[in-house]
Ligand binder design. Structure first.
Ligand SMILES: [Fe+2]
Ligand SMILES: [Fe+2]
Length: 341
């Protein structure tokens, strides 16, 4: 997948990883355009919804906008110089392209719903808490982006592996917690256009979780990188749990200073975060150091995310073959992109 022989032809005759190839096709077939979704009612909601709801929605969008801007600029730039499998190369390009669509979608939301979009963008820049929340992710991404090419091969492998695990945590833990907030507000009848947009984005982010999973799996099982992953397991465990912890810190800030949601308590939001955190630890084959939550308390999320995609997280949790060091013999299941077992 990475740091192998040079790519040569873009060869779709000799596909070596069917799961990656299928995910690439799935992502390409799922292209969508942010401007197709009307924000007319959402613009009214910005004026008419209670202040605490508007504030929470603005903060959620602000963070998602920041992180998707980072994702758009990073995924392709970080991985493409080192990828050495053609179907993975194209899958990563599709992944990177859709992250730009996400960034534009948030910009579209701000442009269409805020009376003063410039001010909203400035607010995001000024809100240091938004960037602090993404600090760990940016730090790990930079290690690959600025990787010294003269480093020993083993060190390069460790950096690529660490970044893939961090990407999975970003896609599955950080984004999903934030989407729970957006969908909880939509459940109250406000901001349906934003919810429709975020619903499409959340589908893509679950594809991306799966993409990271398939890349890691191929590295471990085909490329012989299992020992690299074993070596960095403590560090990865620390990175992933620190991402989950910073989400919970954010939850405390989000639901404070008079901001609250009738249908989403702090405890529920933390548990949602822990649910997705547990899914990531299980997919990585690592022991989860945080509280183990195996059911998403935010059932309403199922309305906004393709149910089968959301199910995949809980199925990964229960699926014995993802435990560390075990042999995976479920090739057909892994090809099932609906993620249903
Ligand atoms: Fe995204
Ligand atoms: Fe993503």
């Amino acid at each position: 997948m990475f740091l192998g022989d040079s790519l040569g032809l873009l060869d779709t005759v000799n596909v070596t990883n069917e799961a990656v190839e299928a995910l690439k096709e799935k992502q390409r077939g799922g292209r969508w355009y942010p401007t197709e979704i009307s924000m007319a009612q959402d613009r009214q909601d910005m004026v008419n919804a209670p202040k605490h709801i508007v504030d929470i929605m603005s903060m959620a969008i602000s963070w998602q906008h920041t992180t998707d801007s980072i994702a758009g600029r990073s995924i392709g730039a970080m991985f493409l110089p080192y990828v050495t499998n053609p179907e993975a190369e194209v899958m990563i390009s599709e992944w990177s392209t859709i992250e730009f669509v996400h960034g534009e979608a948030y910009s579209h939301i701000v442009k269409q719903t805020r009376l003063n979009p410039d001010e909203a963008i400035q607010e995001t820049y000024n809100n240091i808490r938004v960037l602090n929340r993404s600090k760990k992710i940016i730090e790990v991404f930079n290690s690959l982006y600025n990787m010294d090419r003269s480093l020993p091969f083993r060190e390069k492998q460790k950096i690529v592996a660490k970044v893939l695990c961090t990407v999975m945590a970003m896609e599955c833990i950080s984004f999903m917690s934030s989407f729970a907030v957006t969908f909880a507000i939509a459940e109250q009848g406000w901001f349906q256009g934003i919810a429709e947009t975020v619903s499409l984005i959340s589908r893509d982010e679950l594809y991306h979780t799966r993409m990271s999973y398939e890349l890691i799996k191929a590295q471990k099982e085909v490329d012989g990188w299992q020992d690299v992953y074993d070596e960095i397991s403590d560090e990865v465990s620390e990175i992933v749990s620190s991402i989950a912890r910073s989400e919970m810190e954010w939850n405390r800030y989000l639901l404070s200073e008079g901001r609250y949601l009738d249908n989403l308590s702090l405890d529920m939001l933390d548990k949602t975060n822990k649910y997705f955190n547990n899914a990531v630890f299980t997919m990585l084959g690592l022991k989860n150091p945080l509280e183990v939550v195996t059911e998403n308390p935010c059932k309403f999320m199922e309305k906004y995310i393709d149910r089968s995609l959301l199910q995949f997280a809980s199925q990964e949790i229960q699926h014995g073959s993802y435990r560390q060091g075990s042999i995976v013999d479920d090739v057909t299941e892994d090809l099932d992109l609906e993620f249903i077992i």
